[in-house]
Design a protein around this ligand. Structure first.
Ligand code: SAH
Length: 398
């Protein structure tokens, strides 16, 4: 079978010559007319120079995802095997053994040159997420490589709602291989234990990306009155406790997240943490009204934007949330502020935190720029793979 071809528009090919993996429809001049979802496509510039091999999806704004930039390496089974094993080996080299075995991201999409595939490990189980329809059609080889190299007892599929709209891919959560766990899954992260619900928890069940940031904040928490906003399974709050904070409140809007967070606190003997179900904005506004001050606040809200058109609105929300938090910090406080919106770049986020400081009439000093943990590598040609920003700031009165 001959590989189908696609030619890019003149002057629209630079990102792809630089190996960015997402070719949007607007950059394409012409494509084989009979190309269908999942087809392998050889991509050329307007002068017939080879750029790379990708997978096609006519229903997606990302018309082609590029995976190989080597003319002699098409996207055969061996290619997928090599990419997945390379991702696994990187984790073996860089993660502590316990993290690799217990709880980590085995494959991180663009960060591992596998745009559209996420694989997380929880003890003996793997959870996979496909955010590309075309890559989903390669699932048989992907699952086989994971089985042969990670030896899981079970592999679960978790889906994201917006994938149907963005990719035309309709999937439902299910067990795709092996068996269901017989009892609760409990993982260990930096000496703390967490129940993880891989079948109904958010995303794949846990946020591995904040692993190092959760550990780092212990260094700032001693004898502080702390707030953990958007706590999910209680991670930052429990690390505050490990850092000897004297009073901790953790807030989330989701009752099921709080249910697991409460169980985690008990599991670790940290039953003094107070858990509150509330909207972050309303809760912080209420605390400002009551002048209920804190010494340290973590803000780890969900993604505020999925599209270019909502970036401005998202920045407004970051400013609002950070302003409220700064108003609540006592004379010299610590703000750990995060953004997991890939569309918002570090400098824009810093600017949002700066505006928040001006509005709250506070001086902001960034003590640390941080990002996601090592198992979420940033592919240098794809800025979007650097989605998580975490600033540890000292906040003082003007
Ligand atoms: N800090 C967590 C991860 C947070 S993920 C950790 O370290 O694991 C974002 C969380 O924000 C989710 O638990 C979600 O339920 C919660 N959330 C979403 N919208 C919210 C809102 N308006 N107010 C409070 N929590 C919200």
């Amino acid at each position: 079978m001959t590989t189908k071809k696609c030619y890019l528009k003149k002057n629209r090919d630079i990102p792809f010559k630089n190996h960015h993996p997402w070719i949007f429809s607007g950059a394409i001049n012409k494509c084989d007319t009979n190309a269908k979802v999942g087809d392998e496509i050889a991509v050329y510039d307007s002068e017939n120079n080879f750029i790379g091999y990708g997978l096609y999806n006519p229903k997606s704004q990302i018309r082609i995802r590029l995976y190989s930039f080597d003319l002699s390496q098409p996207l055969d089974d061996n290619f997928w095997k090599r990419k997945i094993i390379s991702a696994i080996n990187m984790r073996i080299r860089t993660l502590p053994h316990i993290a690799f075995k217990q709880a980590c991201r085995i494959v991180y999409s663009e960060g591992d040159g596998l745009s559209g595939l996420i694989v997380d490990r929880y003890e003996d189980y793997l959870v996979v997420q496909f955010t590309s329809y075309a890559l989903w059609l390669k699932k048989d080889i992907i699952i086989k490589v994971l089985q042969n190299n990670c030896f899981p007892k079970g592999i679960f599929l978790r889906t994201e709602k917006h994938i149907l709209e963005e990719e035309g891919l309709e999937l439902t959560d299910c067990l795709i291989e092996g068996q269901e766990p017989e009892s609760d899954i409990i993982i260990e992260e930096n000496g703390l234990f967490y129940y993880v619900d891989i079948q109904t928890g958010q995303k794949t069940g846990f946020y591995h990306d904040q692993r190092d940031n959760r550990l780092e904040i212990r260094n700032y928490a001693k004898e502080k009155r702390c707030l953990d906003i958007c706590t999910y399974s209680g991670g930052f709050a429990m690390n505050m406790a490990r850092g000897l904070a004297w009073d901790i409140t953790a807030v989330d809007i989701s009752p099921s997240a709080l249910n697991i967070a409460r169980r985690n606190a008990i599991l670790n003997g940290l039953s003094s943490i107070k858990f509150v179900q509330a909207d972050a904005f309303s809760y912080l506004t209420e605390q400002v009204k009551k002048s209920n001050l804190y010494d340290m606040i973590v803000l780890d809200p969900p993604k505020f934007t999925h599209s270019k058109s909502s970036v401005k609105q998202a920045l407004k929300e970051y400013i609002q949330l950070n302003t409220l938090a700064m108003q609540l910090l006592d004379r010299s406080g610590i703000l750990v502020t995060c953004s997991c919106s890939g569309r918002i770049l570090l400098n824009d986020f810093i600017q949002a935190v700066h505006y928040a400081g001006l509005q709250a009439k506070k001086q902001v000093r960034i003590l640390q720029y941080r990002g996601a943990a090592i198992d979420h590598p940033i592919m240098i040609q794809c800025q979007e793979s650097s989605y998580l920003k975490c600033l540890i700031c000292e906040i003082e009165p003007l």
